[in-house]
Ligand binder design. Structure first.
Ligand code: NI
Length: 447
């Protein structure tokens, strides 16, 4: 998950949704005996997963800078005898495990990047790392749990490599950089070169792949519980910049100027009517937030222009495209009404909606529930976003959450993702690895 608004609000939703544990009565390709084999293999790497997670946690790397992490992953996959591609979409790594029997191709994905957040957990392996991001020195922390994602997928890879002879098909292990955002500044039109999942897709990471699975760890679900939903799960996210151009002058005589401060203020308010008056929110919810207003230098000077930065969150591709157009029209027309001009640019963040296709969700649930002993629940939509959606644009993909609040902390009170206090329960690493391995084997075995 990425960007300030993506700190997930599962806890709030859960208070209202209640816990709906569901049994796994449907027929599945993966049976109890198959799960036992996976379990034994995962238990064998449980301790390693903890040490990998701590090592990666102590050495976090920002989006696009995941050099050490990528090497750790690539070395591990090579030791397991896999074909390994490095530098896929930047620092991405893809390991290919060909099973002993012919069959389908399935992918499992983990994201590798950390965030510019000062770690305040007090953990013995807490990060002391500083790095440079977009020209500024920043502290770096695995505040979104991607360290756990990498450790879990490395564990699943080792377990599945041990079962290679009996696997009917191929499993691709996708370790993705830059999920949290663009590694470079956008150009004047708001564009940046492709990054993250999109860049990996463009460089062929999903070639021949028929389905992809991924998970996100969260402290805001009960321990060991998987949260999922069919259809839209996480919001599409578009960042936007609006420059309101006026004409500067003396604050005492605004009639001789075109005041971009007043025009920009009207634009901020006007944009709120896009969601409240223009979009059909009975279909899906949407959010527009302006998070930054910059303009002016002094109390009595009307500046030439004002810059607004914001984000749009949507859960339907049609509504997303509609909202993008309406934001532009609304801003331009409001500015024009006072003789100013609004230039609207979207990007560099432009993540589609993370949507779990109904068919793949229904087919995957029995194995997922089996892997967590039935501890699965339907969760509310999350207004945070994920570029796992870029993979889902190409092949059917299923994304879910795994609850791992720190021991002794109530999940609804645990510091959320992106907090300087974010932490997890490492006992859930084998649970996550087991779900990934189970979903992959189940997909390969399923008719
Ligand atoms: Ni995340």
């Amino acid at each position: 998950m990425h960007k300030p608004l993506s700190a997930i609000s599962l806890a709030t939703g859960l208070l209202f949704s209640g816990l709906t544990f569901v049994s796994s009565a449907q027929a599945q390709a993966l049976d109890a005996a198959g799960l036992q084999t996976i379990d034994a293999a995962i238990n064998g790497v449980a301790a390693k997963m903890v040490s990998w997670r701590r090592d990666i946690h102590a050495h976090p790397e920002l989006s696009g800078q995941e050099v050490r992490t990528a090497k750790l992953v690539a070395d591990h996959l090579k030791r397991l005898g896999m074909e390994v591609q490095t530098h896929v979409g930047g620092t991405g790594v893809v390991g290919t495990l060909r099973g002993g029997l012919p069959g389908k191709v399935v992918a499992l994905r983990a994201d590798m990047d950390a965030l510019p957040v000062p770690e305040n957990t007090g953990l013995p392996f807490a990060s002391k790392v500083k790095s440079t991001y977009l020209g500024k020195e920043v502290p770096v922390m695995h505040a979104c749990g991607h360290d756990a994602h990498v450790a879990m997928l490395m564990g699943a890879a080792e377990a599945l490599a041990g079962m290679k002879a009996t696997l009917p098909g191929t499993i691709k292990f996708i370790f993705q950089p830059a999920e949290e955002g663009a590694p470079v500044e956008p150009d004047a039109t708001g564009k940046v070169p492709s990054f993250g999942a999109k860049a990996m897709v463009e460089e062929g990471a999903l070639k021949d792949v028929q389905a992809i699975y991924g998970l996100h760890i969260t402290a805001n679900l009960p321990s060991g519980v998987v949260g999922y939903r069919s259809g839209p799960l996480m919001a599409g996210s578009d960042s936007l910049k609006i420059v309101v151009e006026g004409r500067g002058g003396h604050g005492s005589s605004p009639w001789n100027a075109v005041d971009p401060v007043v025009a920009a203020s009207q634009v901020v308010l006007g944009l709120q009517t896009v969601v409240s008056r223009q979009l059909n929110i009975s279909q899906e919810p949407a959010v527009i937030t302006i998070g930054s207003i910059q303009g002016g230098t002094r109390y009595n000077i009307i500046p030439d222009n004002v810059e607004l930065l914001g984000t749009l969150r949507t859960f339907d591709e049609g509504m997303r495209q509609d909202a993008l157009k309406r934001i532009t029209t609304t801003a331009e027309a409001i500015a024009m009404s006072s003789g100013a001009k609004a230039k609207v640019v979207f990007g560099p963040v432009a993540y589609p909606v993370t949507t779990n296709p109904a068919e793949l969700t229904a087919a995957s649930l029995p194995a997922l529930k089996l892997a967590v002993g039935g501890k699965a629940m339907i969760i509310p939509k999350v207004s945070g976003s994920e570029d796992f959606s870029e993979f889902q644009k190409v092949v059917p993909g299923f994304f879910y959450f795994l609850g791992a609040p720190p021991k002794g902390v109530e999940f609804s009170k645990a510091p959320s993702n992106h907090s300087p206090l974010f932490d997890i329960d490492e006992d859930q690493l084998p649970v996550g690895a087991r779900t990934l391995a189970a979903l992959a084997v189940d997909f390969l075995q399923r008719k």
